[in-house]
Design a protein around this ligand. Structure first.
Ligand code: NAG
Ligand code: NAG
Ligand code: NAG
Ligand code: NAG
Ligand code: CU
Length: 387
């Protein structure tokens, strides 16, 4: 324990912060370049690894999986990951009697659709999406044999050059390219400039892919939203949204200016909270990362989970939560805030760690507590490596 504390303290000093208060003294240049975030990521990685090193059951050090930024994965894993998703797109759905659920991939859209009002802008947002990504990771393994690295996408590394992003450059080692350029279309969010695509994806692994259900209907409910509605996968990569809402500065600010989980989760989702030193988080990096991809279903609140990039995006958000927690682990390991309904509407009781989170029929339900520690072994057992 002593030596662990020492090594964390040493890194913390390097990072210019004191352990007890986790107060940063990074320069603006370090924050803007991502060096600050990389260092914070390393502290979190070491802290979580040290916890796992002490475990004698569950998530022991030999079992731990290391999640990597997409560009730090081998070409074999990048190809293997996208092929495993395409494999899920060829397997039968677990949901029965839902017209639009044609494949095992579609199931993810249905589950996210059903859960939307209970897992956003509330206490479940971070733990539910954390476990949801893990459910996909397990599915890729058990249904499609992919046992490689599970990725995250650090938005800020690509803002301003999204078309060159290794995640979206259209090679066989990407998740496919941008949508075809459609003239005169507008970005859907925040007064940002229009994106550079807007049409169907025509290059790379998901070219010509069919989206089977959605979009969220204005009216009509389940029978409209979940009906079979085949159409092409569209993307609209947006550098302006990425640079203004999901930059390395924006993610680093979120971590450093959030002293409570209430601020962190609301700040990431653009709920208009104010952080340390009056920091305003704008529309939030969660919204920013989604709309940096955009398109259909990428910008659909319910069905964005049918966009393969969703899981790398939420991987990064989970990573930020992982970093935030591990910078002050004892205080933050059980930190949740809010209720079980979106914006507490309709009003519901404050969430407790023992509350249920729903994942059926893709996985058994778990409690919130089971998703609080990525190396808790219930069942999570992974850490995020900085890029
Ligand atoms: C990740 O990749 C980048 C650029 O390709 C490289 O500079 C960096 O050292 C890699 N990081 C790790 C942890 O392998
Ligand atoms: C996509 O479909 C178009 C025609 O519908 C075809 O020309 C093109 O080769 C297809 N692209 C891929 C990568 O399959
Ligand atoms: C996000 O970061 C960019 C610079 O990378 C900055 O211009 C913008 O104001 C930031 N947004 C917020 C809400 O702080
Ligand atoms: C799983 O959670 C969902 C709520 O999201 C609930 O409807 C269902 O009854 C739960 N199943 C079990 C076995 O508790
Ligand atoms: Cu979601």
């Amino acid at each position: 324990m002593r030596s662990i504390l020492k090594s964390v303290a040493a890194v913390a000093v390097l990072a210019g912060m004191t352990l007890s208060a986790a107060v940063p003294t990074f320069t603006q240049a370090q924050i803007d370049s991502g060096e600050a975030l990389r260092q914070l990521g390393k502290i979190a990685y070491d802290t979580a690894m040290a916890r796992a090193a002490k475990a004698t059951t569950g998530c022991t050090k030999d079992k731990i999986k290391i999640r990597k930024e997409w560009r730090n994965m081998t070409m074999t894993d990048r190809k293997g990951f996208q092929e495993a998703i395409q494999c899920l797109m060829s397997k039968p759905a677990r949901y029965k009697n839902i017209a639009g659920a044609k494949t095992a991939w579609d199931d993810y859209g249905v589950l996210h659709y059903y859960q939307t009002n209970f897992v956003h802008d509330n206490a479940l947002f971070l733990p539910w999406h954390r476990h949801y990504n893990w459910v996909l990771e397990e599915d890729l393994k058990t249904t499609c044999g992919y046992t490689g690295i599970f990725p995250y996408w650090e938005w800020g590394l690509d803002c301003g050059k999204m078309d060159k992003s290794p995640v979206f450059d259209g090679t066989e080692y990407s998740l496919g390219g941008n949508g075809e350029f459609v003239k005169g279309h507008r970005a859907a969010i925040g007064g940002a400039k229009p994106g550079s695509g807007g049409g169907c994806v025509k290059t790379g692994p998901f070219a010509n892919r069919t989206v089977n259900l959605g979009p969220t209907p204005g009216i009509g409910g389940d029978s409209v939203a979940l009906k079979y509605n085949p159409r092409c996968l569209k993307r609209d990569l947006n550098d302006d949204v990425c640079s203004k809402m999901a930059s390395l500065r924006n993610t680093t600010d979120l971590i450093l200016a959030s002293s409570t989980i209430a601020v962190f989760q609301a700040g990431s989702q653009g709920e208009g909270v104010t952080g340390t030193n009056n920091k305003n988080f704008g529309m939030g990096v969660h919204v920013g990362g989604h709309y940096a991809i955009s398109g259909d279903p990428g910008s659909d609140f319910h069905f964005s989970a049918l966009e393969p990039g969703f899981y790398l995006h939420h991987g990064n958000l989970d990573r930020l939560h992982f970093i935030w927690q591990n910078l002050d682990w004892e205080k933050r390991k059980d930190a949740i805030s809010g209720t079980g309904t979106m914006y507490n509407s309709p009003p519901s009781p404050n969430s407790k760690l023992t509350d249920n989170m729903g994942f059926e029929p893709l996985h058994r339900n778990i409690t919130i507590a089971a998703a609080m520690d990525t190396v808790g072994g219930t069942p999570l057992c992974y850490v995020y490596e900085p890029w």
